[in-house]
Design a protein around this ligand. Structure first.
Ligand code: MSP
Length: 477
């Protein structure tokens, strides 16, 4: 058994994103989650933590089987192609992850899923029973009466299929009270408070046991249930396990011992119940420590609806990156969407933010200050501190990404106002100009977790005492 001596090991930070379904290309909603994760990972690195940032794809699902069939491709071929899209997006957005785990990986993932299943069996928490339920193939989830909207799937508004099958079940009900206590006492923190209350209300009603396997015909490439090759392990004991299988559970306990428990799982609000009820219960059953925190963000809506392929309101992040550059996309996601609430996004909003806040705002400020420095300063300004600053640290410790961005833009506004007031192009006062450069360097450092390339470009302009080309050329077309 692994030994977990370092529940609060202060110098490591293990952060995970959800693993997305590779049944279609990633959209702006996924890019949003990944950008939030990346900002937090970069922040923790700047705080001198040893960071491990895990992401991946959730591949053993009926969605993939259907999508591959539609595309007339083998499952393997289809997955290779879609995973390339994941990789391209992460590379283009400068997502600094450490590992990309695929749940079809028989070497890295399967031993963990099987080991955990066996632990649950050992604990007496797995049993066989008949499942009758209403199933949404798009969500790949069963819903009960109270979840439905007008009798339909709450996310896809489609009629659900009545299904009856023999499955293995997990005794989730047994853990309701312990999970409730862990969340109530913040031993498992759910952020923000509104989501904590939401999950506590759900736990208050009690949890029902959940179906933990599927007939193998549904997902022929899935992980077989140990000792029963007619069934495959269903999403919970497969996808959720990625958080520990990737770091060695079931194969390399030294790594596991180093990184587990996770400091933070970043998730969208749609998968809160899975992460705040089923996952902790599984860990409790297996005798493993619970993660420290769950950060639950809202949804990006487009035209007022959740972005989804079936509604047809998908915004492709790669297209916007091509048009406005990765830093602008990171900027809009971090600044224009409230970190904990839903927020609407249109391609028009991108253009406005780009021209208004980046070209005219930050870009223009950097050009003005560097022009003054280049013209009037013969000596380089020595940048004194590379710190993020207390204000940003306080906000990012609370995961207040949007507020931290607002703070930086208020600093940018103040610096702009200062230039207007002191008119250094008239006074040519070297002290005033050097001070502007110094304040600009501070803005560059605070931007580092959010817009790393922009931060570097500003700092390198300060080092060269000139800006070679504008950071954000205006886009009028
Ligand atoms: N595979 C599961 C997660 C398993 S985690 C062990 C899954 N995948 S998913 O592809 O459907 O991705 C869901 C996640 O994508 C959400 O939790 C959220 O992080 C992100 N988003 C998907 N659509 C979104 C928006 N429209 N807005 C913001 N985030 C969204 O569920």
């Amino acid at each position: 058994m692994p030994n977990f001596p370092r529940m609060n090991q202060p110098n490591k930070f293990y952060l995970t994103s959800p693993i997305f379904y590779p049944n279609a290309k990633l959209h702006m909603g996924h890019a949003y989650t990944m950008t939030l994760c990346d900002i937090l990972a970069r922040y923790q690195r700047l705080e001198n933590k040893e960071v491990y940032f895990l992401t991946g794809s959730d591949e053993n699902t009926g969605k993939v089987v259907r999508a591959a069939k539609e595309a007339n491709k083998s499952i393997e071929e289809f997955l290779t192609e879609i995973n390339k899209n994941f990789e391209n997006l992460y590379k283009s957005l400068n997502i600094s992850y450490d590992q990309f785990i695929r749940t079809t990986d028989k070497e890295k993932h399967w031993p963990g899923a099987i080991a955990l299943w066996n632990k649950l069996v050992e604990a007496g928490d797995i049993y066989k029973s008949i499942y009758r339920g209403l199933y949404c193939p798009s969500c790949e989830a069963f819903y009960t009466g109270k979840d439905l909207v007008d009798g339909k799937c709450p996310y896809h508004m489609t009629i659900l299929e009545g299904i009856e099958e023999e499955n293995y079940f997990f005794r989730l009900s047994k853990y309701t009270d312990t999970v409730k206590e862990k969340i109530k006492s913040d031993k498992l923190r759910v952020i923000p408070e509104t989501r904590k209350n939401e999950i506590l209300a759900l736990l208050e009603q009690g949890l029902e046991d959940v179906s933990f396997s599927r007939p193998i015909e549904n997902v022929p490439h899935g992980i077989p249930v140990p000792g029963d090759s007619t069934q495959v392990i269903y999403v919970w004991c497969d996808a959720l396990v990625n958080y520990i299988s990737a770091i060695g559970y079931g194969r390399d306990e030294t790594e596991l011992d180093k990184w587990w428990p996770a400091n933070l799982h970043v998730i969208g609000k749609d998968i809160l119940r899975f992460h705040a009820a089923i996952w902790p219960a599984m860990l409790l059953s297996a005798g493993l420590p619970l993660p420290n925190s769950l950060l639950v963000h809202g949804f990006i809506t487009s035209g007022g609806h959740k972005m989804s392929k079936s509604i047809g309101n998908i915004i492709d992040p790669l297209e916007l990156i091509e048009k406005f550059g990765p830093e602008a996309v990171r900027y809009v996601l971090a600044r224009k969407i409230s970190t904990f609430e839903d927020g609407d996004l249109t391609t028009e909003a991108f253009k406005d933010a780009y021209n208004g806040d980046l070209a005219n705002g930050l870009g223009n400020l950097v050009s003005r200050i560097m022009k003054l420095a280049e013209t009037h300063l013969s000596q380089l300004v020595t940048v004194q501190s590379s710190a993020l600053g207390k204000e940003i640290e306080l906000l990012l410790d609370k995961f207040e990404i949007q507020k931290a961005m607002n703070y930086i833009w208020s600093e940018i506004g103040e610096l702009d106002a200062e230039i207007q007031k002191t008119k250094p192009w008239e006074s040519k006062d070297k002290g005033v100009i050097a001070d502007l450069v110094l304040r600009l360097s501070h803005i560059a450092y605070t931007l580092a977790p959010f817009m790393p390339q922009t931060s570097e470009k500003i700092l390198s302009a300060i080092k060269d005492n000139r800006l070679s080309k504008p950071l954000f050329p205006r886009k009028d077309a």
